[in-house]
Design a protein around this ligand. Structure first.
Ligand code: ARG
Length: 660
C-alpha cells in the first residue's frame, strides 16, 4: 500500500485550485510526510508555511482553506491544524485494519504495488578479480548489489545483474608466470585452485619483496630531508604562531614524515621476513624485476600468444568455480557474467572512436582523454599498446547501452574508485550516453577492531569462506546452546540445528554489512553480529520464528489459517495501532530506500518492526485475549508481522527458519 501517495493524491486537487506551477505543487506534496512524533500524528503536512508568499495569506488561513476542501474522511479519523499551520493526520483504525487485511490476503506481495513506470536497471556488482582469493571486501559489493536488485525487482522494475569479473588483468600474468616457473605438478593435479592461489601469493610475495628492496635506499634518504622540512616548518610556526597557513604546512610536513616512517618500517619488515627464508631470497634473485616479467606475460596474453591463451583458458574455469562456490553458499545469482575478457576485441574500436571524435589525443605515445577538473587525464591506451581498466569500462557501458537500453546503470563498487567512475561518466556523457542514470553506488571499507582494513592476525586479508564458516559456527553456539533450547522448550534434531546455524550465520554477515549506511566504513565484529539481541539479523529471525510459534500454538487451539484469513481485524489498543501503522508503511519505506539506494533503511525498518512486535506481544495477550474475535484479529496481525519480516529479510538476501 502506497499510503503517502494516496494521501498526497487527496491534497493534490485542493492545492491545484491555487497553484498552477507543477513544480511548486510537487514540492508542496513532498512536504507531506510520515510523522516523526507518534504522539502528535501519524502523518503530517508541513506545506502551508512555504506557500505563504505565493498565496499571500497567513499559513494558518492556508491550512484552514486546504482543510475545507480536503476529503480524507474514509482514511483518517482526525485531521487537525496545529501550531503555525501544520496539518496533522490520524489514520482511522477501520481503514488501517481494512488495508492490512488486504495485505494479509496477498501472500506473495503483501499488497505492495508495482511501480507505474518501471525502469530498466543494469546492476554491476560483486565483480571480483578472479585468480585472487575472494576476501571480506568483496562481500560488501555482493551483498549490497544483491539486495538492491531484489528490492528494485520487487518494486516492479526490470533488473539485469552483471558480474563484471576481473578475468583479464595482471593477476593472470601473475599466475601464468607462476605456473611456468614455480608450479608443483602434483599439487596442481590434485587441487588446481589451491595451487593457483599459492602461485598467485608466491609471485605477489616476490614482487613485494623486490619493491621493498628497491624502495629502501630512497626512503632512507627521504627521511632526513623530511625531518629537516618539519623542523623548518616548526620554527616558522614558532616565529608567527597565528599564521594559519604555516600551521597547516607544519602539520602536513608532520604527516609526510609519519607516512615515510610507516613505509620504511613496512619495507624493512618485508625484507626481514624474507631474509629468514634463504630459498625464497634465492628465488627472488633469479627472477629479478618480476613485476616487469609479469606485465610481459599479461601483454602476451592480450596479444593472443597461443601458449598464454591456452593457460588462461585452462585456468579460468577453475578460478570461476572457486568464486561460484561462494555465490552458491550466499545464494547470490547473476543474469550475466561477461567479465572484462568479453570486451577485449572491442577495445581498439573504442580508442578509434574516441580519437575520431577528437576526445582522445596522443600524448607522449599514450592515448589520453583530458577532462576538465582533473589533474590526470584518463589513459585509454598505454605507450606499449596495452588497454586499461578504463578502456574496458567504456566498452562495457557502450555494449550495455546497445544490448539492454537501460534507464539506469548502477556500479556497486568501493569508494576508492570514485575518481575512476567520475571520469568514466564524464566520458560516457560526452559520447552521447546522456539519458541513462549513471551511478557509482559506492561503499566504505570493512575495518578490523583496530580501525584498519580488516585482516587476520597473520596479516593476510581474511578469506571469505573461512569467515562464513566461523559465523555459522558462532551462530550454532548462540542459537543451539543446550541451556537456551531447554529453557525455550524446543527440541530440535541435529539436522534442524545445522540448518538454523547456516541461515543465522550467513544472515548475520549479510545483515551486519547492510545495516550500516553503505557510504561509511564499518567495523567487522563477529561477536556482535551473531547476537540474539540488538540490531542483528538473528534478532529479526528470532522475532519471525516467534510469530510462527504463536501461530502454531493458535492452530492447536483451533485457530487455523482459514479462520484467521476470514477474521476481521480490529485495532483497539495503542500497541496494536502502532504496530499496524508500521506494517502499513512497508511499501513507502521500500520506495524511499531506493531513492539513494540505501538498504539500511530496510534493516532499520525491520528492526523497528521486530521491536514494536515485541512490545505489542508484551502488552496485548494474543491466545489469552478475552474473546475469540480478538484472538483471531491479533493472530492476523501477528501473521502479517511475520510475513513482513520474512519478505523484508528475503529482499536483503537473508533467510528465515520456522523455529529457533
Ligand atoms: N574488478 C574490480 C575490482 O575488483 C571491480 C569492477 C567493478 N565494475 C566495473 N565495471 N568497473 O576492483
Amino acid at each position: 500500500m502506497r499510503v503517502l501517495s494516496l494521501i498526497r493524491s487527496r491534497f493534490a486537487p485542493v492545492l491545484a485550485t491555487w497553484i498552477d506551477d507543477q513544480e511548486l505543487l510537487n514540492a508542496s506534496l513532498e512536504r507531506i510526510v510520515s510523522s516523526r512524533d507518534a504522539t502528535l500524528a501519524d502523518y503530517q503536512a508541513n506545506l502551508a508555511m512555504p506557500l505563504q508568499k505565493k498565496l499571500g495569506k497567513p499559513p494558518l488561513t492556508i491550512a484552514e482553506d486546504i482543510m475545507a476542501g480536503l476529503d480524507l474522511g474514509d482514511i483518517c479519523s482526525s485531521v487537525t491544524i496545529a501550531g503555525q499551520g501544520y496539518i496533522n493526520l490520524r489514520l482511522s483504525p477501520e481503514w488501517l485494519a481494512k488495508s492490512l487485511s488486504e495485505a494479509h490476503a496477498d501472500h506473495e506481495r503483501l499488497a505492495v504495488t508495482k511501480v507505474d513506470n518501471p525502469k530498466t536497471y543494469v546492476i554491476d556488482f560483486s565483480s571480483p578479480n578472479v585468480a585472487k582469493p575472494m576476501h571480506v571486501g568483496h562481500i560488501r559489493s555482493t551483498v549490497i548489489g544483491d539486495s538492491l536488485s531484489k528490492i528494485l525487482r520487487f518494486l516492479g522494475h526490470k533488473v539485469i545483474t552483471d558480474n563484471h569479473l576481473g578475468d583479464w588483468g595482471t593477476q593472470f600474468g601473475m599466475i601464468i608466470y607462476g605456473y611456468k616457473h614455480f608450479r608443483d605438478e602434483d599439487a596442481f593435479a590434485r587441487a588446481p585452485v589451491a595451487e593457483l592461489s599459492r602461485l598467485y601469493r608466491e609471485v605477489q610475495r616476490i614482487i613485494s619483496y623486490q619493491d621493498a628492496e628497491r624502495k629502501l635506499p630512497t626512503l632512507e634518504l627521504a627521511i632526513p630531508k623530511a625531518e629537516q622540512k618539519l623542523a623548518d616548518a616548526k620554527s616558522k610556526v614558532a616565529a608567527s604562531p597565528k599564521d594559519k597557513k604555516l600551521a597547516k604546512e607544519s602539520s602536513s610536513a608532520e604527516n609526510q614524515l609519519k607516512e615515510l616512517h610507516e613505509e620504511l618500517n613496512k619495507a624493512k619488515e618485508t625484507i626481514d621476513q624474507a631474509k629468514s627464508d634463504t630459498e625464497f631470497v634465492a628465488r627472488a634473485q633469479s627472477h629479478a624485476d618480476l613485476s616487469q616479467r609479469v606485465l610481459r606475460e599479461t601483454s602476451k596474453l592480450h596479444q593472443g600468444d597461443a601458449e598464454n591463451l591456452k593457460l588462461w583458458n585452462d585456468f579460468l574455469p577453475n578460478c570461476k568455480e572457486e568464486i561460484h562456490t561462494v555465490y552458491q553458499r550466499l545464494h547470490v545469482e547473476f543474469d550475466y557474467e561477461y567479465g572484462e575478457s568479453y570486451y577485449h576485441d572491442m577495445l581498439p574500436m573504442v580508442v578509434e572512436d574516441l580519437l575520431g571524435r577528437s576526445m582522445a589525443v596522443n600524448s607522449d605515445g599514450a592515448i589520453c582523454v583530458f577532462l576538465d577538473g582533473y589533474d590526470a587525464p584518463m589513459i585509454v591506451q598505454k605507450q606499449d599498446g596495452a588497454y586499461l581498466y578504463a578502456t574496458t569500462d567504456i566498452a562495457t557501458a557502450m555494449f550495455r547501452e546497445r544490448e539492454f537500453a537501460p534507464d539506469a546503470c548502477l556500479y556497486v563498487v568501493d569508494h576508492r574508485q570514485s575518481e575512476h567512475f567520475q571520469k568514466l561518466f564524464d566520458v560516457l556523457r560526452k559520447i552521447g550516453i546522456t539519458q541513462t542514470e549513471l551511478n557509482h553506488v559506492q561503499f566504505g571499507t570493512v575495518l578490523g577492531k583496530d580501525g584498519k582494513p580488516f585482516k587476520t592476525r597473520s596479516g593476510t586479508v581474511v578469506g571469505l569462506e573461512s569467515l562464513l564458516d566461523e559465523s555459522v559456527e558462532r551462530a550454532w553456539q548462540v542459537v543451539c546452546d543446550p541451556d537456551r533450547l531447554k529453557s525455550a522448550g524446543s527440541e530440535l534434531t541435529d539436522a534442524e540445528k545445522r540448518h538454523i546455524a547456516e541461515v543465522v550465520g550467513l544472515g548475520a554477515i549479510k545483515y551486519a554489512d547492510l545495516c550500516h549506511n553503505r557510504t561509511s566504513n564499518y567495523v567487522f565484529d563477529m561477536e556482535k553480529m551473531v547476537q540474539l539481541v540488538g540490531n542483528t539479523s538473528a534478532y529479526i529471525q528470532y522475532s519471525y520464528a516467534r510469530t510462527r510459534s504463536i501461530l502454531r500454538n493458535g492452530d492447536t487451539e483451533g485457530y487455523n489459517a482459514a479462520r484467521i484469513s476470514n477474521a476481521e481485524m480490529v485495532l483497539a489498543t495503542g500497541p496494536e495501532m502502532t504496530l499496524a501503522l508500521q506494517l502499513l508503511r512497508f511499501e513507502d519505506m521500500l520506495a524511499q530506500s531506493m531513492v539513494d539506494y540505501l538498504p539500511n533503511l530496510l534493516t532499520e525498518y525491520l528492526y523497528e518492526t521486530a521491536r514494536l512486535f515485541s512490545s505489542f506481544f508484551e502488552q496485548c495477550p494474543v491466545l489469552k485475549a478475552d474473546n475469540p474475535e480478538t484472538v483471531l484479529s491479533r493472530l492476523k496481525l501477528t501473521d502479517l508481522t511475520g510475513a513482513t519480516l520474512r519478505k523484508g529479510l528475503e529482499l536483503l538476501g537473508i533467510g528465515v527458519v520456522e523455529r529457533m
